[in-house]
Design a protein around this ligand. Sequence first.
Ligand code: 4AD
Length: 454
Amino acid sequence: AKAIVLTENPALPAAQKIKIRNGVENRGKRVRVSGWVHRLRVQGKNMTFIILRDGTGYLQCVLTDTLCQTFDALTLTLESTVTVYGVINELPEGKTAPDNHELTVDYWECIGKAPGGEEAMSNKVNENSDPSVKYDLRHLVLREEKASGILKVRSQVMKAFRDHFDNRGFTEVTPPAMVQTSVEGGSTLFELNYYNEKAYLTQSSQLYLETCLPSLGDVYCLAESFRAEKSHTRRHLSEYTHCEAEMAFISFNDLLEQLEEMVCDVIDRTLAHKPSAEIVYKLNPSFKKPERPFLRMDYTEAIQYLKDNDIKKEDGTFYEVGEDIPEAPERAMTDKINRPIFLCRFPAEIKSFYMKRCPENNALTESVDVLMPGVGEIVGGSMRISDLEELMAAYIREGLDPNPYYWFTEQRKYGTSEHGGFGLGVERYIAWLLNLHTVRDACLYPRFTGRAFP
Ligand code: 4AD
């Protein structure tokens, strides 16, 4: 048999190069589209269907007769790259395809063929693969619909945070990632050799944001934070994206209002983007916008709640006031209450050095954790100490040398103000929105205990 060689018909109009997302407005015109073969279905000798993927969407392409009888057509494999030429037409009633249309191919080229058989991508990694294989082959897993869908929503969520703050007059800043002071205690610091000096990867940009208030007013950042976590849980990462904000001349109540407004506004903005909304409801069909106002609960009430609901420690005893509420009981309580909770006013001894005390009870702090059903804590925030003497005493109490913090301390010297802020874990927010089992799936290339590759 003579090999079939395809040529483009010179009598046809020139094909305009388009992306799949622009398919609908380009129906009826001759176009060309390049992408990866996502699905492949050979239907007899005279018809082959390709679902093409280009990162902007999926497009059904139909190849007929000689178009599907070339050597390249007969040996085509999933994940190969192709350019197809032809016209996109709406599908008749009863047929379904992405965007309800398909491209009738009149000419096509294979750009790069992917291996089939043993070496085929689907053979190396698929839904049934061991999690560690999935992380080793994350660069291939990203091609799957779920993994890429999550990243698309993530992109919109990040944009929504920026739009939220920009709309309210906040200035975005980019604080350093390499630092020489800790914010959240020494136990989770990643240390590095900085020109033979000790330095760390930042745990939080909070202290730097506080220094911006006198010059920029309300500020925020979306930056990476790093934690050398000992806990190997489905909500802990070694590197995560931290959305932090800081505001001057506010009260604790203002802080809570701003937080609630942000959590809800970011959902509204994300769902207003139609492709993201589709992914949200596909991955999390029962998603409902949280009801406002969020439940406000004090830490001491939570300790009582755990007792009343028989939620105990592993050793069978109850949590007592003054103890940290770990992940398991926090989750149990949040899932049982099943709505967002502002857990407020933690005892000073279990919180960070910079937190302001409650005017009504000096043992407690004006602090808040936002707890979401399914994930637990997604935000930590507080009012900050505004008095210089009180701050100096806090360093001493926590065993911190005040010297390296001089730049932070001087904010209390050169015109102090009541102020407060918070940090939200973007991966945890996404895990809640999309009902993901682990925050790792909300990352491009997750970093957690034992993994810093690929
Ligand atoms: O509660 P955290 O430690 O608070 C701070 O770092 C404050 N300095 C923030 C501020 O007020 N500007 O962390 C804040 C949030 C947590 O609620 C959680 O969502 C996220 O950061 N987070 C992590 N996310 C993933 N992996 C980890 N290891 C995380 N540690 C904290």
